[in-house]
Write a protein that binds this ligand. Sequence first.
Ligand code: HOZ
Length: 428
Amino acid sequence: MKNNQQALEESRKYFPGGVNSPVRAFKAVGGTPPFIASGAGSKIQDIEGTTYIDYVGSWGPLIFGHADPEVLVSIKEAAEKGTTFGAPTLAETELAKLVQAAFPGMEKMRFVSSGTEATMSALRLARGYTNRSLIIKFDGCYHGHADFLLVSAGSGVATLGIPDCPGITPQTASCTVTIPFNDFDALDSAFKTHRGQIAGVIVEPVCGNMGVVSPGKGFLEKLREKTASEGALLVFDEVMTGFRACFGGVQQLMNIEPDLTCLGKIVGGGLPLAVYGGKREIMNRIAPDGPVYQAGTLSGNPLAVAAGISVLRRLRDNSEFYPKLLEKTQRLSDGILNAGLSNGFSLTLNRFGSMFTLFFNNENVQNYAQAKKSDTVKFAKWFRSMLSKGIYLPPSQFEASFVSGVHTDEDVSKTIQVAAESFLEVSK
Ligand code: HOZ
């Protein structure tokens, strides 16, 4: 039997950093990442037999926890009928109806396999529709790893402190205009400088990829008004926020309708599925109805569609689900915050629905520059202490923790208690 360290040494021979997505390597926090053997409900178990309460939830999709029995049945039933056809199925339309019930602005949509594909395709469409080249994105927002979106990006790019990613040509990078989140003046001035050239503005309406950061009062309204008046499209990346606070997204809670929306994670029930969509007139420009090309062999994969239907149906039909989830998230995150404050730490807690980030920073965190002032060394020490006591958090200051419907009151109490012990340990 291998232990985690031996597993990492072997996997390093095959994968850069021993992993298949950079943040998994624990570079920013140190230590050896546990190799996961199995998960059930709110817990995961590594190959050494250690059990953790999991607040990563595969980076967001697992709102009903690991190996959810209903998802498993749906996947099995679908798999028995065939795992992929590369042809239309009735189930795709069923999932589309559920997505549209939650996001009515997605009058037409296209399923893809990852959030990266969704944002990349939505922005190609924005360019094709407006016949303009430039995209505005916000510092610290992360919209997947398409070349033109890896500029001033959050998530793993922020975690690893990579300022400019080699391999992205200057011409490509110059098609992206980056400005600080929550900065009204920077938005005005970007539109002024590039008048008539901005195809679209992409934004995580509540950011998750610099840690959780909410829009200031009026900021999303300003984005809506400015894009409309300048003939640019507004694209909401709700890959993280979709279905995390309600059966819908930030757009529903704040009553702002973007032109295009990107979803991923929960919408595929833990399998690889994402979607972009929006106004009919715009989506009609996608091939084969229009000339903007986008395709995928595994798009609308029957297993992922089945898992998505299983999850979205339950989220739609259980009116008690979100109030309970949000109350639990508040209890947990407030408990962790208070444990830290009472041990003398400078902390700021940002929360949206069932996502939260505890910044080791006593400033109000409203943008990436403020998020970056966090004490990442202390965060890493606290993270390692939590892990050693059985609490699995995202291994980065610039990510969100996710609470699921299956985290128990006992999980919450234990996590708060362990958080207090870990703060004490770090403060020594
Ligand atoms: N995009 C995910 C949430 N920030 C992180 C997943 C990953 O990079 O592996």
